[in-house]
Design a protein around this ligand. Structure first.
Ligand code: FMN
Length: 358
């Protein structure tokens, strides 16, 4: 270069468009197994959230290139059929349906999915019966199951699961005891037969990228989508997400081993404090003989009945159950779904593009 021509200086932190295109192609190859399996463009699933994951949110996620999943939790077969039809009216892209294995009408719900041409059925709440797995698969849908440990992952693959989700204890809603960081190390290196999606605590693209590089086929997010513009959750529910930090999303507390409490992660509020008080009072009534053990257990279990609906639909974020993952700290605004997905992709691409060449 001649001495009188000023040298072109690279702007610190700037990533050129070629590096970004290469990085984008790399990201696409990292989640190719997942996107092929799901039939979508971006290896990101919207985890099913009862009362939240209905037609609008599910269609918005699928229309933005991800994979939406209807939460059937509280629906009967007729309601599910209507929700699937309404979702199909809003998107021509694939989406899934999440069913809970202990639902008393499980077989009818599966039939509804198959009749409506749903391509992917997610079974949550335990290892499904062989008959249930075969019904889904023989009906032409792909079966996705949750694996809470390597031994279950192996059992689920044998039972016919076409893909697995491993969800860490950082997640919102019902949780297991193990973090995603540990579950991923326990399961990803050993399960290569089927795609494995990671969930729990994911709020940025760099983290998704790290798990893809460990062998995940894609990621499932709930919390960030619950607070999106398209989510039908009450404005107070979404605002609580924007205000909260990671440490506000805590698991429910069990006071006595004799009365188990299913761990659920949500925002601490007056309801979670009242739940402790309720357990204390119930225990005292049990100890004084005023309540049988069974009645005491039922009293504890019934405390949260209807509480998620109250928080999500009615906006009672003080007494209701505001289920949220630790990723809630990464919800800083109520954004459209397409913007959330674009941001996650762009963070992963930027992280790849900024790497020094090997
Ligand atoms: C409000 C809320 C409700 C949820 N409800 C369900 C549910 O009904 N069924 C289910 O399988 N998972 C449920 N989940 C878990 C999500 O599907 C997803 O796996 C989880 O949110 C991922 O972790 P993240 O919250 O850190 O993104 C729920 C999560 C939230 C935040």
């Amino acid at each position: 270069m001649s001495p009188d021509v000023p040298a072109q200086r690279a702007i610190p932190g700037a990533i050129d468009s070629t590096a970004r295109a290469v990085a984008r192609a790399r990201l696409e190859s990292l989640w190719a197994r997942g996107t092929r399996f799901l039939g979508c463009e971006v290896g990101i699933l919207g985890g099913a959230m009862t009362w939240v994951s209905e037609r609008h949110l599910v269609a918005a996620i699928s229309n933005a290139g991800g994979f939406g999943v209807i939460a059937c939790g509280a629906m009967n077969p007729d309601q599910l059929a209507a929700e699937i039809a309404a979702t199909q009216a809003l998107t021509s892209r694939p989406f899934g349906v999440n069913l809970i294995t202990m639902h008393p009408e499980l077989a009818s719900l599966i039939r509804v999915c198959l009749d409506a041409g749903v391509t992917h059925v997610v079974l949550a709440g335990g290892v499904p019966h062989v008959r249930t797995a075969s019904m889904v698969k023989e009906g032409g849908a792909k079966l996705i199951c949750f694996a809470p440990a390597l031994v279950f992952a192996r059992r689920l693959v044998k039972a016919g699961a076409d893909a697995l989700v491993i969800e860490g204890s950082e997640a919102g809603g019902h949780i297991g005891p193990v973090s995603l960081t540990v579950l991923a190390q326990e399961i990803l290196p050993h399960i290569r037969e089927v795609p494995v999606f990671v969930a729990g605590g994911l709020g940025r693209g760099e983290a998704i990228l790290a798990f893809l590089e460990m062998g995940a086929a894609g990621a499932q997010l709930g919390t960030r989508f619950a607070a999106s513009e398209e989510s039908i959750a009450h404005p107070r529910f979404k605002e609580a997400f924007v205000r909260a930090s990671a440490r506000d999303a805590v698991p429910s507390i069990q006071l006595d081993d004799r009365f188990p409490v299913i761990p659920v992660r949500g925002l601490a509020n007056a309801g979670t404090h009242r739940f402790l008080e309720h357990q204390r009072e119930t225990l005292a009534r049990f100890q004084s003989g005023a309540l049988s053990r069974l009645d005491a257990q039922l009293a504890i279990e019934h405390f949260w009945a209807g509480a998620l609906k109250r928080a999500v639909l009615e906006g009672d974020v003080e007494q209701g159950s505001v289920m949220a993952g630790q990723s809630v700290g990464m919800v800083t605004a109520i954004q459209p779904i397409a913007a959330v997905i674009a941001e996650l992709v762009s963070q992963a691409v930027d992280a790849l593009a900024a790497r020094p060449e090997a």
